[in-house]
Write a protein that binds this ligand. Sequence first.
Ligand code: NAP
Length: 286
Amino acid sequence: MIINNDTILMGVIGNPIGHSLSPLMHNRAIEKLGLNYVYLPFEVAPERLGDAVVAVRALNMRGINVTIPFKEMVIPYLDDISAEARACGAVNLIKNEHGRLVGYNTDGKGFRASLVDEGVSYIKRALFIGAGGAARSLAYELAISGVSKMDFLDIYLDKAQDIARFVGQFHNCLATGDRISEELFSNLSQEADLIINCTPMGMFPNVEGVPVSSLHKASHNAVIYDLVYNPFTTRFIAMARARHLKTINGLSMLVHQGALTLEILTGAKPPIAFMKEVVLNYYKKQ
Ligand code: NAP
């Protein structure tokens, strides 16, 4: 990659940001496509978020990804947001359109693309563990793709109920929201085609964490999806494999939402298989 006076800057803001695989994945994809861009990570102090967004315009950056903890709080700084981002109340990508900052949310679409990629085509009933920002984006995408029943479990009853109400507005979609308990999880897991860990439980450095202690009642047809991608095999995924259930880890969604980012910011067709290989190779070297 040769940086010159025409190189266009992109990046990601978050706090912390050291764990992010996005710079590696995007810079390798940019190189592969022969584009004159560079993608950098920026750790931003929460009280400097406004300054960071102003900098996107001032430095004529093409755009930035937005990650924890800024996905919701960045919205007031933007000129416009996409329908998805508005519905989910969260932005994970800002595009600088000639000085106009537009917020997008590619998490839901990235998630759906990952299901297609993994050969999961039919879901009737989904069970969510965790009802935060990521769960809302995924639930929105599943609701608009026709999933008819969703159950949400969280430590906080109000968060689970709030997201269930949100999803319940969609045509033909029934939803429940409850405080998580092992018993309730076990009961709901018997009927679910898709069980998704939307909590950070098990994420590095707390790799011993699991969102639930057992999957013993999950249907043998259930797909177990963990949004966590670091470590590559979480304890939750290992638990599912021990029961010979189909598993998907967060890497697939990371790659697909990243591919959408590249497409929105550069207009180029993203090299998805190559991006996946880059991230997999990273794990092999760990
Ligand atoms: P979030 O907004 O913090 O939501 C997580 C929710 O789950 C919080 O309400 C949390 O409560 C709750 N929770 C924690 N442990 C729980 C448990 N054992 N049972 C039930 N609920 C529990 O986080 P988020 O932004 O939605 O992200 C969730 C995870 O998805 C993170 O690990 C993130 O890295 C990952 N993610 C991955 C991708 C990808 O591309 N693969 C994309 C987006 C997000 P507390 O606040 O008390 O912890």
